[in-house]
Write a protein that binds this ligand. Sequence first.
Ligand code: NDP
Length: 321
Amino acid sequence: MSEKVERIKTLIIGSGPAGYTAAIYAARADLKPVVYTGMEPGGQLTTTTEVDNFPGYPEGIDGPTMMIQLQQQAERFGTEVRIGMATAVELSNEVGGIHKVTVDDDKTIEAETIIISTGATAKYLNIPSEQRLRGGGVSACAVCDGFFYKGQDVAIVGGGDTAAEEASYLANICSKVTMLVRKDYMRASKAMQHRVNSLPNLEVRYNTQIDEVLGEQVVEGLRMVNNQTNEKEDIAITGLFIAIGHKPNTDIFKGQLDMDETGYIVTQGKSTQTNLPGVFACGDAQDKEYRQAVTAAGTGCMAALDAERYLATVESPEEVA
Ligand code: NDP
């Protein structure tokens, strides 16, 4: 490994709405932020077509354009945006300590404060027909893309709270929703199950999985298979929603930051403070409940404000006290 080391004030890891909003606030507060974009510059929104639910865009905006504009806004105030992936971290547990982050296994960034906005990745089934039709009717976000299937027949896969919540959301706007649950019961809370079962246009198929998504360019149907009888059945749908969970992109912080059992970073109270001083987490890396662009942006703002207060305390403790 080479000996490239750079000392900076504020490092932001991840470039979704949380990271760029943190950057806008941090740059305006003169925290001189450097953003490392990660593998997917712009984050999950770059895989979405139209974003209709971010306030301020009355006509909607496509996800990639929105992310470019967020980047430009962050850069306007002096944020340095770099393509690169944080590959290892050595976080200090002392107030005023320096945190070390390796980027692309090649360079070490030493930062006074770190904002983690590495996001989460939706899990997919990873069968070929599903992967081929991503963006052509296969989506992992009903709240983002459900609207495009208004009045149409759709299906959703999963039996957890997310699937139940998204199935109810879809049932409000689509003509029929078929929900595929692989076991003979749902993992979702009883309240959510009750909601799902009360919707007349929502049909739950237990012990059922996807054999194949049908359609060449766009989704035209689904071949389902009953995993008890191996019986197959085709239904016509135009949209397929995968709701089998998300994986937070937090592996490199394991063992150093407190996380819940599924890998989401734990933050303290209403703040973005992690268990280590000077290390803040925002967006989907610490939020499994809401996971919206606008909520991620909100916590990004909070992280920058928390970082600013932290640095002020470290630099002039007597003034802040
Ligand atoms: P979960 O991990 O809870 O559920 C995932 C679901 O997907 C399970 O039913 C699982 O089936 C199914 N699944 C996984 N892999 C496959 C596969 N390959 N094929 C078919 N089905 C599959 O994830 P969620 O995103 O639903 O929830 C994550 C956490 O967030 C939970 O703690 C949940 O309670 C919470 N949450 C809370 C909400 C709220 O309170 N409003 C809203 C949304 C989420 P199986 O059961 O067989 O493993």
